[in-house]
Design a protein around this ligand. Structure first.
Ligand code: GDP
Ligand code: MG
Ligand code: ZN
Length: 291
């Protein structure tokens, strides 16, 4: 028996890496009966059949698992946003952050295409990133010609997953790290009109201190698993200031003696953050009424 990590799935075959060696493995029939499927990212025990093949017997307990994209045991979720093309949006960023926190992932923020942004735009984004840093997020603002390896080494050990809208430069980043891969990148015009046919497979690539994965991102920014009363927990500063509200279950909307409202007035919570919180809270509250 050997133990390794699933790095990709192609037509029912799980490729498992063990210290640089690759094995094509299949789950035993038992898994199919239990309707349990291994995920890319899983650590598995498998029985070696021959020099390159094997059967998966056991999947180790996961620290986390995403359905879309299907990947498990993520150590660093890198939310990739571009400065321009597509335009940087704190609204979109906040939605990615909420999803990440809802899966108990601690995200980092990486902004690309600094080289394409005007000085004014750069300054504006840097100010916004300061706001996120003050909440405790690690942020990076990069250009194509920066030392990507250095940037990626700051992420620490383990599996780093790049997630973000299409066209922000995820594949470009991977190509810079692994010039031999020739991962397909897209023109902006193409990526924005992308059909539903695009394969959404996840693949892990080894990096200096772990793995890195390119993913299509959380495909639909789906909030169905989140209840309206949970949203406040996924805005880090609102969550912290909310501890001092009069009511423990305060949603910081119209409740009296709300500390979040006080801190908003004092300028300790950015207006745009509170606005995005309220928007999402209301969207989810309305969604519930339809049931
Ligand atoms: N100028 C510039 N272009 C970039 C940068 N990063 C990505 N691009 C371009 O943006 C387009 C989309 O990139 P791609 O890697 O396919 O994005 P993905 O959909 O996130 O994988 C491509 O045409 C890239 O060449 C960058 O930092 N600077
Ligand atoms: Mg891509
Ligand atoms: Zn409150």
């Amino acid at each position: 028996m050997k133990t390794g990590r699933i790095i990709k799935l192609i037509s029912g075959v799980y490729q498992v890496e063990v210290d640089g060696e690759l094995f094509d493995t299949k789950p035993r029939g038992l898994f199919r009966k239990k309707k349990f499927s291994p995920l890319v990212g899983d650590v598995v025990d498998f029985e070696v059949e021959n020099i390159t093949e094997g059967y998966i017997h056991h999947v180790h307990e996961r620290t986390n698992a995403l359905k879309r994209p299907p990947v498990s045991n993520i150590d660093h979720l890198i939310i990739v946003m571009s400065a321009v093309e597509p335009e940087f949006s704190t609204q979109l960023l906040d939605r990615y952050l909420v999803i990440a926190h809802s899966y108990h992932l601690r995200p980092r923020i990486l902004v690309t295409k600094k080289d394409l942004a005007s000085d004014e735009k750069i300054q504006q984004i840097e100010q916004i990133l300061d706001v996120y840093q003050s909440m405790g997020y690690q942020t990076q603002f990069v250009s194509m010609n920066d030392d990507i390896e250095l940037i990626c080494n700051q992420w620490g050990e383990g599996l780093a997953v790049l997630s973000g809208q299409s066209g922000v430069g995820k594949s470009t980043l991977l190509n810079q790290l692994f010039p031999d891969l020739h991962i397909e990148t897209q023109d902006i015009s193409q990526s924005l009109n992308r059909g539903r046919h695009t394969t959404r497979h996840v693949e892990l690539y080894p990096r200096a201190n772990g793995y890195i994965a390119d993913t299509p991102g959380f495909s639909s920014l789906d909030f169905n698993h989140i209840q309206k009363d949970e949203v406040k927990n996924y805005f880090m500063e609102i969550n912290e200031y909310g501890d001092y509200c009069k009511f423990r279950n305060c949603n910081h909307v119209k409740e009296p003696h709300c500390n979040v409202k006080t801190e908003l007035e004092n300028g300790n919570i950015a207006d745009f953050r509170y606005d995005h919180y309220l928007q999402l809270y209301n969207e989810i509250a309305e969604r519930k009424e339809r049931y």
